[in-house]
Design a protein around this ligand. Structure first.
Ligand code: SF4
Ligand code: SF4
Length: 89
């Protein structure tokens, strides 16, 4: 069974860089910057829309990126970003 995504986390919408253009971030998203499409409640405003980058839809929760809590996820995703130069989501 797939790991469920943690409500109120959004670490993967903050820590990694995204190279695909986003409607509000046409140059892509820099690492460590919250996505401009993240809403106040930390949900994605593009969810289910064709403008949402494919990488976001393809990303699956997993222990090695999500950790036990939001702080761990931010740390793990930042480490991954720094070790690879980018995260291939
Ligand atoms: S890091 Fe994992 S738990 Fe957190 S929002 Fe992304 S997929 Fe969900
Ligand atoms: S488009 Fe949505 S899922 Fe993708 S990084 Fe931005 S807020 Fe997160």
């Amino acid at each position: 069974m797939a790991k469920p995504c943690r409500l109120g986390c959004a670490a993967c919408c903050i820590a990694p860089s995204i190279t695909s253009p986003l409607p509000k971030m046409p140059q892509g998203k820099p690492a460590g910057t919250p996505c401009a499409h993240l809403m106040d409640d930390l949900r994605c405003e593009l969810f289910g829309q064709p403008e949402r980058p494919k990488v976001c839809g393809d990303f699956q929760p997993a222990d090695y990126v999500c950790g036990e809590n939001r702080e761990q996820a931010l740390k793990l995703l930042t480490e991954l970003e720094h070790s690879t130069g980018h995260i291939s989501l």
